[in-house]
Design a protein around this ligand. Structure first.
Ligand code: NDP
Length: 255
């Protein structure tokens, strides 16, 4: 059987594009999110190309569903060999200056963006260690390395996922398992639409004006332009790439 991938937040955006690319490359792809209609659309797209897909409706804000998610993949297919921690909450859901920041939103952001990847990593490690092979890719952000305004929880959580990536990679260095992060720039997804809408209101500019300065290419980057970097990191060819935070941002960041 082809390698089994679990990817969270695969109903749309970066997760969707990554799931479709990996299925096209022959991986068996388990896709998880809350919205069944979006998962069904991605599954249809994969099946149209004869790919192998399993849809898993899950709310990762519910801690009890996190382990159950992996249980369901194991029951259907067997152990998860590749984990892609992609699901995330953006700053734009509740942007505020730090002095007014919403404490509940802070907790929620840290739960989904950091604690869930930590719990899922712990859950999949025993079978990866037994197989002496595994790949973990965390979706960080340019905000893993630089701040944005009114986004204290998001920026802090994305710095934390960088730390989790390195801590995991260090412990697994001799195990045949790698853990890396992809750090996208400004990507045209629903999450980023909301952020641009907020910044447009805040700055008195148009959506299009802000899009045009989102990257050196004069446009927002596309989910399909991020997916190939994830595909590289999960491949056999990336066996000696470990603990890296790979910027995928058209050169916005260079370290
Ligand atoms: P989208 O909002 O387009 O997609 C987010 C996905 O995560 C959806 O499938 C959503 O599904 C799922 N998700 C969110 N909350 C939960 C939850 N509680 N339980 C289960 N699934 C959940 O976002 P992007 O594609 O933009 O973001 C993907 C990742 O990329 C995130 O980690 C984000 O921080 C990161 N990123 C994005 C950038 C951008 O500019 N877009 C830039 C840098 C990083 P549903 O709502 O149905 O649950």
């Amino acid at each position: 059987m082809s390698r089994r991938v679990l990817i969270t937040g695969a109903g749309r955006g970066i997760g969707r594009a990554t799931a479709i690319l990996l299925a096209r490359q022959g991986y068996s792809v388990a896709i998880a999110a809350r919205t069944p209609s979006e998962l069904a659309e991605v599954a249809d797209a994969i099946r149209r190309e004869n790919g192998r897909v399993l849809t898993l409706t899950v709310d990762l804000t519910d801690r009890s569903q996190v382990h159950a998610l992996v249980d369901r993949v194991e029951a259907e297919w067997g152990p998860v060999e590749i984990l892609i921690n992609n699901a995330g909450i953006g700053s734009s859901q509740n942007p505020k200056p730090l002095i007014e920041f919403d404490d509940d939103f802070w907790d929620l952001t840290f739960h989904v963006n950091v604690t869930v990847p930590y719990l899922l990593t712990k859950r999949v490690l025993p079978s990866m260690l037994q197989a002496r092979w595994g790949r973990i890719v965390n979706i960080g952000s340019i905000n893993s390395k630089m701040p944005s305004l009114h986004a204290a929880a998001y920026v802090s959580s994305k710095h934390a996922i960088a730390g989790l990536t390195k801590a995991t990679a260090k412990e697994l260095a001799e195990s045949g398992i790698t853990c890396n992060a992809v750090c996208p720039g400004v990507i045209a997804t629903r999450m980023n639409d909301k952020r641009i809408e907020y910044d447009a209101r805040r700055l008195g500019k148009s959506f299009q004006e802000l899009e045009a300065v989102s990257s050196s290419l004069g446009r927002r980057l596309l989910p399909e332009e991020v997916a190939p970097s994830v595909a590289f990191l999960v491949s056999d060819g990336a066996a000696i790439v470990n603990g890296q935070l790979l910027n995928v941002c058209a050169g916005m960041l260079m370290d």
